[in-house]
Design a protein around this ligand. Structure first.
Ligand code: HEM
Length: 306
């Protein structure tokens, strides 16, 4: 016969049963079923095996088993900010999207900045590409525009992406190095992929060690196809320009900051200031350009640890 072992009397301090007795609030399952005990599973007799029909036990263990959200393969480490996009110059010739039709009109946005290679909890200051995932909450629906702070990319064929990411991620057998491209698997990959040479020049420039999230440029990277009210398609590139200008740390600084007690300094300082900067003064301008503008060449200021 099934029986709950040691119900109310056997409940340890603070386990909920007391609350029920003292405050009148019942301990419940996730579905709201009041229960007197979540400490003793249902058994077949006094010393019998645990019974699967104990849905309270199964719910508790199921919940426990799902407490960890699996980490994202890339861009695991991110920081978000709310703000707005204001159209300063209308572009009806390029698009009929509502957010570009009226000068001065504001659209709420949420942006998620991220590093790429580091896992959850990794530092903010690695030499790495930074991702921009911008969500515009427009009256016509949500519009997502992703970008990177580097205008080109390592590969063209998506089939190589898993190999690129496996190469740059920590060595699988030791979880090391974290958030760093300075290891053999990455350079093996690069040495075998001639098409990655352009991006690697950018990645080894000062752009890959930004001083703050407010001091990075952003690029849609892809060429987008916009359609205007006449149904004409226009090919467009998106560039984000920081109002504070492009600023980087020195490699020596980046290494020191990441060894200091608060490796999340880039996000922390940016977030502290972003309430002012993003919501009042706007930190970035977004420009669309249909002209093939020449990209500035990668910065030649190479910095090495002393
Ligand atoms: C072959 C090319 C690419 C492949 C296969 C690829 C694949 C991926 C994958 C699998 C994710 C993670 C999605 C998730 O966990 O939910 C991701 C995230 C991301 N990718 Fe790419 N990617 C590529 C190129 C690019 C390029 C060129 C850019 C820049 C425009 C970019 C920007 C981003 C950003 C910003 C995120 C993070 C989005 C967020 O924070 O929500 N990716 N990508």
């Amino acid at each position: 016969m099934a029986s709950k072992q040691g119900t109310t009397a056997g409940i340890p301090q603070g386990s909920g049963g007391e609350t029920q007795q003292r405050g009148g609030e019942a301990l419940t399952t996730n579905h709201g079923v009041p229960i007197s005990d979540n400490q003793n599973s249902l058994k077949a007799g006094a010393r019998g095996p645990t019974l699967l029909e104990d849905f309270v036990l199964r719910e508790k263990i199921f919940h426990f088993d799902h407490e960890r959200i699996p980490e994202r393969i890339v861009h695991a480490r991110g920081t978000g900010a709310h703000g707005f996009f204001e159209c300063t110059e209308v572009i009806p010739d390029l698009t009929r999207a509502s957010l570009f039709q009226k000068a001065g009109e504001r659209v709420p946005v949420f942006v998620r900045f991220s590093t790429v290679a580091g896992s959850k909890g990794s530092k903010d200051t690695p030499r790495d590409v930074r991702g921009f995932a911008v969500k515009f909450y427009t009256e016509e629906g949500n519009w997502d525009l992703v970008g990177n702070n580097i205008p080109v990319f390592f590969i063209q064929d998506a089939m190589k992406f898993p190999d690129l990411v496996h190469a740059v991620k920590p060595e699988a057998d030791r979880g090391f190095p974290q958030a760093a491209s300075a290891h053999d698997t990455f350079w093996d990959f690069i040495s075998l992929m001639p098409e990655s040479m352009h991006m690697i020049m950018w990645a080894m420039s000062d752009r890959a060690i930004p001083r703050s999230l407010r001091m990075m440029e952003g690029f849609g990277v892809h060429t987008f196809r916009l359609v205007n009210a006449d149904g004409e398609a226009k090919m467009v590139k998106f560039h984000w320009r920081p109002r504070l200008g492009l600023q980087s740390t020195l490699w020596d600084e980046a290494v020191k900051i990441s060894g200091a007690p608060t490796p999340t300094i880039t996000a922390a300082t940016s977030m502290r200031r972003s309430r002012r900067a993003i919501s009042r003064n706007r930190s970035w301008d977004c420009r669309s350009s249909t002209r093939p503008s020449p990209m500035p060449s990668p910065m030649t200021c190479w910095t090495r640890p002393s």
